[in-house]
Design a protein around this ligand. Structure first.
Ligand code: NI
Ligand code: MN
Length: 226
C-alpha cells in the first residue's frame, strides 16, 4: 500500500491512502504558502495538534463541508464539537484504532490557547500508523529527549518543525533526527513568516551528512509517496 503525503505549506499536510484522506493542521486561510482552497481540499479526518490559529486554522469550516471527523486532544475536540462538527477526543499517550489505522498522541512542548482565548489543553504531536508505515508528526514543539522513545516505535517518516523562534530550529531538529532515527525526515513550519525564515536545504544537507536519514524537502503543493 502506498501513502501519498502532500505538503500545503506551514504545518499542513494531507496523508492519502486508497480510501481515506487525513488532513493535518489545516491552516489555509491566511497561510501565504497554501496551495489548496478551503472549498476543495478533501478530508475524511482532520487532525489538530493544538489550538493556535496557524494549526486549528480552517478545521471547523472544512469539517462542516466534508463531514470529516476532527481528532484532537479533549479540549480542542470539545471546542470543535461545540461549533457543530463531529470529533474524536483523545489525549497524550493514548492511541485509538481508527478504520484507516492507529493514531497515538505524543507530547509536544508548546502552548495551545484557542482562537477565542480559551484553554486548549496540552499541545500534542501524532504518531500515525497505517498498515506497516509509521509517520511521526511532531507539530509545534521544542526538542525533548523522549523523542528517543517515539523513535523506538520505528518511524518511517518524521515531519519536524525547523522554523526556530516558536519551535525547534534547524540545529535542534537535527538533534531530533538523531534521537528518532527515522528513514525519512521532512521539514515543516518554516518560511511562512519572517520570524521563521530558514533554508530547508541547509537543514537537509546536515541531516544527510550527520545521520542515516534521508531528508525530503517538499515545496507547498508537492507530494511524497512511500
Ligand atoms: Ni503553535
Ligand atoms: Mn505554529
Amino acid at each position: 500500500m502506498t501513502i501519498e503525503l502532500t505538503y500545503y505549506g506551514h504545518a499542513c499536510f494531507s496523508l492519502k491512502t486508497e480510501d481515506t484522506t487525513l488532513l493535518l493542521d489545516p491552516f489555509l486561510t491566511g497561510n501565504p504558502l497554501a496551495t489548496v482552497s478551503v472549498d476543495t481540499v478533501p478530508a475524511d479526518y482532520i487532525l489538530v495538534s493544538h489550538g493556535h490559529g496557524d494549526h486549528i486554522g480552517d478545521a471547523i469550516t472544512i469539517a462542516k463541508r466534508t463531514g470529516a471527523i476532527v481528532i484532537a486532544n479533549f479540549e480542542v475536540a470539545t471546542y470543535c464539537q461545540n461549533q457543530g462538527v463531529e470529533v474524536h477526543p483523545m489525549h497524550i499517550g493514548g492511541g485509538w484504532d481508527f478504520p484507516f489505522g492507529r493514531v497515538k498522541l505524543t507530547i509536544a512542548h508548546h502552548g495551545s490557547s484557542l482562537p477565542d482565548g480559551s484553554y486548549g489543553g496540552n499541545p500534542c504531536g501524532f504518531l500515525i500508523t497505517i498498515q506497516d508505515k509509521t509517520i511521526y508528526y511532531a507539530a509545534d514543539t521544542g526538542l525533548f529527549y523522549d523523542m528517543k522513545l517515539i523513535g523506538e516505535e520505528g518511524v518511517d517518516v518524521a515531519l519536524l518543525p525547523i522554523g526556530d523562534n516558536f519551535t525547534m530550529g534547524p540545529k535542534d531538529a537535527l538533534r531530533a533526527v538523531k534521537l528518532i532515527e527515522p528513514m525519512v525526515v521532512i521539514p515543516m513550519h518554516y518560511a511562512t513568516f519572517d520570524l521563521i525564515n530558514q533554508n530547508p536545504n541547509v537543514f537537509a544537507r546536515a541531516v544527510e551528512t550527520e545521520t542515516t536519514a534521508r531528508c525530503v524537502v517538499l515545496k507547498p503543493g508537492e507530494s511524497y509517496s512511500f
